[in-house]
Structure formats: structure tokens, C-alpha cells
Design a protein around this ligand. Structure first.
Ligand code: CS2
Length: 491
């Protein structure tokens, strides 16, 4: 438990534990798969605000697909927790109480399916991170050889998010119920259509008639989600406890900014009861989320990942530290202006220059200790939609993109597992072992780049061919000059 990490034992014993207030508890209407810090800092707060304004049985049943950690921390607090908003003018605390229970799927998958099959549940939302969809990042399609998918096709009690979605929909169809709306909140392009395709692929392997039913009755709205929410650290728990005099084992820390854009496409059979009054809490309900998604995935997540690899290699621990370094400040502003902004059409009425300035201020927030190492995780699942799509568009427009090319070279250096000081890098990625073996097994920059470009789950053949020369040159520059000097040559 986090309190082992730091709170003095005598303090632990005397502190009262955070507890739910006496406010009325809305009955569950949503099951959320992947109840991590981000959704608790983002979607849960929007939904709680919507219920406070317009009512409705929209309590959230959280599901952890891997670890009991979140459940173990929230259960003694009756599922309540603190949101700590970290702005430049200090902290704002709020107690969040919309979560009604947290289930741990590996302990009792049946209980999860029972909840997801309850007719009162009209929405199943997800934040399972890019790797949780068991898909091929380069194509967005279900990976049929994924071990969890192979398991879930054979076992009625699943382990994967797609498995839970399809098995629950199968039970609802058999019981003559309406489906739930699948509301994905992960940073993937066309995330609603992507998860719909994955669910249909999986269902068709199980029962074509089930797939047909989901295809006509199911709804998978796409969304754009945005709130910078670093992982909670033990010292955050201790500091909050000392500030408030109350022990909360599961606070979430986040920036003030938030933006949620949702396609208004929910299962029609529920009428006005198909979703909470999200607009009442500031959610933008739209017809087509695409322009918002391009803007966010490319302008924010694309520069986040670029700064993460280059910043980490340059020895910067957080994004704020990285952009405080003038070399990186110049780099990221040039990236936005010359390589990313020209690659897509912004949503109507949005000035991308203003958006970039706001992003820079968010990155520079010294109160947010967002680690480059955390953002660098799962790059094999992130690069296609964050960086490679922009590069492909820049290449098609014959627009130079040396900054993004350098970011790809930095990712390649990073997954090799050794930093500029010869220290080991703890690379977290579903393909980490394979990527490291490819890099270590090649002896020249050309060979390392070619080996990593051969990973078709990340680089399609055509893009790989175009990238080989430029990325090799960038990789060489990183090796010869080091990261900061390589960036200076860019400028
Ligand atoms: C980050 C995102 O960890 C990462 O990959 O780029 O979690 C980012 O903080 C959010 O998308 C911001 O909305």
C-alpha cells in the first residue's frame, strides 16, 4: 500500500481515513473498464458534475483488468477519493464520490460480466490504454494472435477488454436486452470506430449472428479526451495526508485544464436515459470528433512523446523540466509551427497558434511532475497515431519534418535500453523485449534503424522505406552529438 512508502507509522495510526459524505448515491448506470488515475481525474468528475446538475442513475462501477491495487485503496474509503487540481495559483481539492464499487476482473470475471449484463448498465466506458485493445497499432485491427484474444475466444470468462465487451453483449442479446453504448476514452484515432471494428472482428469469430446484432444495435461513439494526469506517487499521498489531516490512499493529481469531446451517438433504445447530461458539465457533444482528435493526438500527444524520448535522453525527468530547457522550447514550438499544424485542418473556430501556446503553458506548469519516463511507456502502441501519421502526411505534402524524424530516432535509441550516459533504461512496452533484441542484435545505425523499421505492427512497409534514410541520419546525429546538440543543429 502507498502508505508503506512514507507516512510515519505514528501518523498513519492516528489519521482518520477519508470517507464518503452523506450525499445521495446515484444507482450504477456505467461500468468503466480500466479505472486508472486518468479516468478518475477526468471522466468520473465530468459524470459526477452532470449528475449534480441534471440527476440520473449514473453511478460508476469500476473494473480493474489487471491489479487489485485501486480496489484495495478505495474499498476502505467507501470508494471516495480526492481530486487534487494543481494550478499555478496552488491546489484545489475536491472529494469525488461517483464511483460505487470497484471489481477486480482476474479475481472474479463472472462478477464483472454480471454487472455488464445488468439492464441498468447503459454505458460501458474504457480507459485501458492503447495496448488494452489487443490490436495492431499500424492498422487498428484486432490482433487475432494476441494471447488474451486466443484465451477469450476459447473461454466464456475473459481476460481482455474486447473479450469482456463481446461476452457481455452476447449475454445481453441472449437475454433479449438492449446493448450498452461502448464509450472509449483512450488516445486512439477514430477510437469509437476502432473499438467497434475490434469488437465485430472478435464477435464474428464467436458467432456471426452476434456480430450482426452488434453491428446494427450497438453504438460506439468516438471521443477526444484531454487532461494531463501524472501517476500518483507515494509522496503525493503523504503530502495530502499532512495537509488535510485525513488519509486518502487513492488521490488523483491533475492539471486544471480538461476537454472532453464526444460524438452524440448512444444506444437509441434508452431514449433520454441513454447517457448522463454531459453537456451540462461542459462536455462538447458533436457530430464528428475527427478534427478535435487530430488536433489533440498530433499537437499534444505527438509533442508529448517527442519531448518524452528526447527529454529523457537529455536527462530531463519531467515535461516541465524539458520545456524549461531553451533548446527544447525552441524545438517544440518549431515542431508545432512547421511540421504538425500544417498537417491537418483544425476544428472550426480554433486558432492552432493559440492552442499551441496554451499547450506550452500546460507543459510548463511546474506543479505537474509528469515524468518523461511515464509518457515514454508503450511507444510501440503510441507512435503510429501520435507521430507517424503526421510524418506520412508531411511526406505526402513534401513538407520537411526533421523534428519528428529525430523523435522517431530518439524512440529507437530509447528502446535500445541504454541512455546517453551508458545507463540502463527501464523500457515499459508490450514489445520491449523484441525491440531491444532487434536493436542490440544490429551493430550499425543503419542496421539498427532497419531492424526497428521492420516491425510491421508499428511501421507499414511503404513508410518504413521512406523513413530508412532520414531516420538513420538522425540516429547517427544523436549518437555523434548527443540529444541537446542534435536539437541545436535542427534549430
Ligand atoms: C500522455 C497522455 O502518457 C502519455 O502518453 O501523452 O497521457 C497525456 O498526458 C494525455 O493524453 C493528456 O490529455
Amino acid at each position: 500500500m502507498w502508505t508503506e512508502a512514507g507516512l510515519p507509522a505514528e501518523l498513519q495510526k492516528v489519521l482518520p481515513r477519508l470517507h464518503r459524505s452523506s450525499a445521495p448515491k446515484p444507482e450504477p448506470g456505467i461500468v468503466h473498464l480500466g479505472l486508472g488515475a486518468f479516468f478518475r481525474a477526468f471522466g468520473a468528475i465530468y459524470i459526477e458534475d452532470a449528475v449534480k446538475t441534471s440527476g440520473g442513475d449514473w453511478g460508476i462501477i469500476g473494473v480493474s483488468l489487471r491489479s487489485p491495487d485501486t480496489r484495495d485503496r478505495l474499498a476502505p474509503q467507501d470508494w471516495a477519493y480526492t481530486s487534487v487540481e494543481l494550478g499555478s495559483e496552488g491546489e484545489k481539492l475536491r472529494q469525488v464520490e461517483i464511483v460505487r464499487e470497484v471489481l477486480v476482473a482476474p479475481e472474479d470475471p463472472q462478477a464483472v460480466l454480471d454487472r455488464m449484463s445488468d439492464p441498468a448498465i447503459r454505458i460501458v466506458s474504457l480507459t485501458v490504454t492503447e495496448k488494452g485493445y489487443c490490436h495492431d497499432p499500424a492498422t487498428g485491427k484486432l490482433n487475432p494472435t494476441h494471447p488474451d484474444i486466443l484465451h477469450d475466444l476459447e473461454n466464456p470468462l475473459p481476460v481482455s477488454a474486447p473479450g469482456f465487451l463481446v461476452r457481455a453483449l452476447q449475454r445481453r442479446r441472449a437475454a433479449g436486452q438492449l446493448p450498452f453504448t461502448v464509450l472509449t476514452c483512450d488516445n486512439l484515432p477514430g477510437n469509437g470506430m476502432l473499438v467497434r471494428g475490434i469488437v465485430l472482428d472478435f464477435a464474428r469469430k464467436l458467432d456471426p449472428a452476434l456480430a450482426d446484432w452488434i453491428e446494427t444495435e450497438g453504438r460506439f461513439p468516438s471521443t477526444m479526451v484531454d487532461r494531463i494526469t501524472p501517476a500518483t506517487k507515494p509522496e503525493d499521498i503523504d503530502r495530502l495526508a499532512e495537509t488535510t489531516g485525513v488519509l486518502d490512499e487513492a488521490p488523483v493529481l491533475h492539471e486544471p485544464f480538461r476537454q472532453w469531446v464526444v460524438e452524440d451517438d448512444f444506444v437509441p433504445g434508452y431514449g433520454d436515459n441513454a447517457r448522463p447530461d454531459l453537456a451540462a458539465s461542459g462536455v462538447e457533444m458533436v457530430e464528428d470528433v475527427t478534427p478535435y482528435e487530430h488536433m489533440k493526438l498530433r499537437m499534444l500527444n505527438g509533442t508529448h512523446s517527442s519531448l518524452a524520448y528526447l527529454g529523457y535522453l537529455a536527462g530531463h525527468e519531467t515535461i516541465a523540466e524539458t520545456v524549461a530547457d531553451p533548446v527544447f522550447a525552441i524545438f517544440v514550438n518549431r515542431l508545432w509551427r512547421e511540421e504538425i499544424m500544417p498537417s491537418f485542418a483544425p476544428p472550426a473556430g480554433i486558432d492552432l497558434g493559440d492552442y499551441a501556446k496554451a499547450l506550452f503553458d500546460r507543459y510548463a506548469n511546474p506543479a505537474i511532475r509528469h515524468r518523461t519516463w511515464q509518457i515514454a511507456m508503450d511507444g510501440s502502441q503510441k507512435l503510429p497515431q501520435r507521430i507517424l501519421g503526421t510524418i506520412a502526411d508531411d511526406l505526402r505534402a513534401t513538407r520537411p519534418c526533421p523534428g519528428l524524424i529525430l523523435a522517431v530516432a530518439a524512440w529507437m535509441r530509447y528502446v535500445g535500453g541504454i541512455d546517453e550516459k551508458g545507463q540502463a533504461i527501464e523500457v515499459r512496452d508490450p514489445l520491449a523485449e523484441r525491440l531491444r533484441a532487434l536493436s542490440v542484435g544490429a551493430y550499425t545505425p543503419e542496421a539498427k534503424v532497419a531492424a526497428l523499421l521492420s516491425v510491421r505492427e508499428i511501421f507499414d512497409a511503404d513508410l518504413a522505406e521512406h523513413l530508412a534514410g532520414p531516420v538513420t541520419r538522425a540516429y547517427r546525429t544523436l549518437l555523434e552529438l548527443g540529444t541537446r546538440k542534435a536539437l541545436e543543429t535542427l534549430a
